[in-house]
Design a binder for this molecule. Structure first.
Ligand code: SRM
Ligand code: SF4
Length: 533
């Protein structure tokens, strides 16, 4: 237990963890399945089940959500088919959402089916372990790792190794199942910061050291003989209702072979010293604030058992961020990856089966998720492209969506999330359609919706971020949004800030229309001009 925790009064969540470790739930699944959700101990049901990725939904009691882990956002067609079978059995209640962490969540789950679902997961190598509460979330990596001719490092293996270390290869690892709070890790392997490194508690961005500054040689060495490849480290990025911060440089560089040990060292420091009294002040940045960066860095060195090398003077993030939608040549001659736009990340069983089929028929069965809640199918031969393009699924999941829809991201919102102050996904889709009827665009505009200040939909990284709130109009309380602007992704990423507060959702469309015209070069369509005249 932590030095901080022993000297301060424990909050409700620390108490429930101290009473019984979340991972203990793993051996009780059969029991819960026969008891049923109504007879279960409420703390087990509402909180501890999250250690195995099962979320009680107060909005739809009895219909649970399951959050998987998808290291680097990669899965196989067989895994996708199992996920589809799971949601299919729930009819209209069953659906899935691709998440802003390159991951997937299933909906409509009945507690009595959990033993069978976990067996099915085991059979195809899927896991949902430690995906919620005070654990490390899905670890993100470059969505085109191993495909992109310009990549600096293929992040896939490293991401998997970190997940294996944290979860004991999916079995559950009590060493890291009682952190002071959630924790996010990302590894960027390309030049465009596809993972939003800046909003993670711990992030690795590609950077070269001059040969001689460091002992061993890294993976990019053959292409840059006088330079050694590794990562500059960023720490402390996070969003919460109370505070949002971009990650700051640790002034440290690691070779790829030291990344797993570095993750372990940082997590041990956070686990053993992170503040646990107030959950609103428990993320890693609060510890860094309390200690100062130098003490934090020294403590990480202690745990690592060696000195950290200072950061490379510059990192290699020098591109604008790509969205990967459309057809792109891979570094392997004759092969392509194709990005499909999945509107607000929402899938049904039929769509999931079809994606699995396309990945098998045209590719090698591999499927990838992006943090924009979309899908990439890699390894499609040139000779298969023409037929691929005739598939009817592309009418639903386009490879060339309209410019506004293309970059739309939305969190879960009021349909399933009890924190939500507004409905998001459906509203976002309706709004985009209405705006596209009125306006013509020359560039994509990245609009992110999030249903409450927890910021799961990352409004601070968007061109226009919309954060749910309650607002007053004519004496009535209405669903509204605070508007964020100025989020920059890719090279020189920085967070956007709130520019307008408390707009009722019913008044939002003309305000967005104005912003799109004034700030993003949108033009009113001829038809809209005629109507407004
Ligand atoms: Fe989140 C809590 C959904 C990404 C910050 N998030 C929740 C819960 C679990 C609340 C709940 O129990 O209802 C939401 C589940 C709703 C549901 O039924 O789907 C939820 N978060 C999501 C997802 C599904 C949004 C999406 O539509 O994509 C994302 C799942 C990612 C994953 O696969 O693990 C998701 N959440 C994020 C992100 C974005 C990111 O990681 O890049 C953030 C901001 C970044 C960060 O954490 O620093 C985020 N979620 C939060 C917070 C605020 C954390 C804090 O320190 O205060 C909460 C509330 C909490 O943890 O107490 C929260
Ligand atoms: Fe729920 Fe709020 Fe997160 Fe949206 S931002 S998923 S409403 S907690």
């Amino acid at each position: 237990m932590t030095d901080t925790a022993t000297t301060t009064s424990l909050n409700k969540f620390e108490k429930l963890k101290a009473e019984k470790d979340g991972l203990a739930i793993k051996s009780e699944i059969e029991k819960f399945a026969s008891l049923g959700w109504e007879a279960m101990n409420e703390t087990d049901r509402d909180h501890r089940l999250k250690w195995v990725g099962v979320f009680f939904r107060p909005v739809t009691p009895g219909k649970f959500m399951m959050r998987l882990r998808m290291p680097n956002g990669i899965l196989t067609s067989s895994q996708m088919r199992v996920l589809a079978q799971v949601v299919q059995r729930y009819g209209d209640d069953g659906c899935a959402d691709i998440t802003t962490r390159q991951n997937i969540q299933l909906r409509g789950i009945r507690i009595e089916d959990l033993p069978d679902i976990f067996n099915r997961f085991d059979a195809v190598g899927l896991t949902s372990i430690q995906s919620g509460m005070d654990n490390v979330r899905n670890i993100t990596g470059d969505p085109v790792a191993g495909l992109d001719a310009d990549e600096l490092y293929d992040t896939r293996e490293l991401v998997q190794q970190i997940q294996d270390m944290l979860t004991n290869k999916g079995e559950g690892n009590p060493e890291f199942s009682n952190l002071p709070r959630k924790f996010n890790i990302a590894i960027a392997g390309g030049r465009d910061n596809s993972v939003h490194a800046e909003i993670n508690d711990l992030a690795f961005v590609p950077a070269f050291k001059e040969a001689g500054e460091q002992g061993s040689r890294g993976a990019g060495e053959q292409n840059f003989p006088s330079k050694i490849f590794g990562f500059n480290i960023l720490v402390g990025g996070f969003f919460s209702a109370k505070r949002c911060e971009a990650a700051i440089p640790l002034n440290a560089w690691v070779a790829p072979e030291d990344v797993v040990a570095l993750c372990r060292a940082v997590l041990e420091v956070f686990r053993d010293h992170g503040p646990r009294a107030n959950r609103q002040k428990s993320r890693l940045m609060w510890l860094i604030d309390e200690w100062g960066l130098d003490k934090f860095r020294a403590e990480v060195e202690n745990r690592l058992g060696k000195s950290l090398i200072s950061a490379a003077p510059k990192d290699e993030i020098d591109w604008e961020k790509r969205d990967h939608i459309g057809i792109y040549k891979q570094k392997q001659a004759g092969l392509n990856y194709i990005g499909l736009h999945i509107p607000v990340g929402r899938l049904d069983a039929e769509g999931m089966f079809e994606i699995a089929r396309l990945a098998e028929v045209y590719g090698t069965g591999e499927i990838r998720f992006t943090v924009e809640q979309n899908i990439v199918i890699p390894n499609i031969a040139d000779s298969n492209l023409a037929t691929f393009l005739t598939e009817t699924l592309l009418e639903r999941f386009s490879i060339n969506p309209s410019l506004l829809a293309r970059s739309l991201v939305s969190c879960t919102g009021a349909q399933f999330c009890n924190f939500a102050l507004i409905e998001t996904k459906n509203r976002a889709l309706v709004m985009i359609k209405a705006l596209e009827e009125e306006l013509t665009f020359t560039n994509p505009v990245r609009i992110h919706w999030t249903g409450c200040p927890n910021s799961c939909g990352q409004p601070q990284v968007a061109d226009i971020g919309l954060m749910g709130t309650k607002t007053r109009k004519n004496g009535k309380t209405l669903e509204g949004v605070d508007i964020y602007m100025g989020g920059k992704v890719g090279k020189d990423a920085h967070l956007g800030t709130c520019v307008i507060k408390g707009i009722p959702c019913e008044d939002l469309q003309p305000i967005l229309q104005d912003l799109l015209i004034q700030k993003f070069g949108a033009k009113l369509n001829k038809e809209a001009l005629v109507v407004s005249n």
